[in-house]
Design a protein around this ligand. Structure first.
Ligand SMILES: [Zn+2]
Length: 152
């Protein structure tokens, strides 16, 4: 029997080394109050970025994911359940102010790490600062564009 969740898989370790090479600090297999029963593969607490490394099979990667032919009905429901859980996780974290980054296990670790680094840097650079007495018009100019417009 194969377990769904396991620690320190090859893809996770390779991603973590790539992040480390970029000088990023992160927590591994961490929990957040918003999701007490869920562990997050790589967590950037200050930037509030949560990274999940998704396995191609269980999370139905568009390149390598496929439903096994034997017991196809059961597998279809099972894998749909995993996707639904991912979506719930993302929604809870996003509503709590986290940014979720999902990386496929097949992704080149350096490429994925660079993507994550960009998100972390961006989040740290745009975190709300204490009011410095500026007029409210400055705030309006910085209004965000519609979030998650790239979601399919
Ligand atoms: Zn894949």
């Amino acid at each position: 029997m194969q377990r769904v969740r396991r620690r320190d898989t090859g893809p996770e370790l390779r991603l973590r080394s790539a992040l480390h090479r970029l000088g990023l600090r992160y927590r591994v297999d961490a929990k957040v109050p918003e999701l007490p029963r869920h562990r997050i593969d790589v967590l950037f607490r200050r930037a509030r970025v949560a990274v999940f490394v998704d396995g191609c099979f269980w999370h139905l990667c568009p390149e390598h994911g496929s439903v096994p032919k034997a017991n196809a009905g059961w597998w279809t429901r099972k894998l749909a359940g995993v996707r639904a859980r991912d979506a719930r996780t993302d929604a809870i974290l996003t509503q709590a102010g986290w940014e979720v980054v999902r990386v496929w296990e097949h992704e080149e670790p350096d490429v994925a790490a660079a993507r994550i680094a960009a998100v972390v840097t961006d989040r740290l650079g745009t975190q709300p600062r204490r009011c410095s007495g500026r007029s409210s018009s400055a705030v309006r100019e910085n209004e965000e564009s519609p979030a998650n417009a790239g979601l399919s």
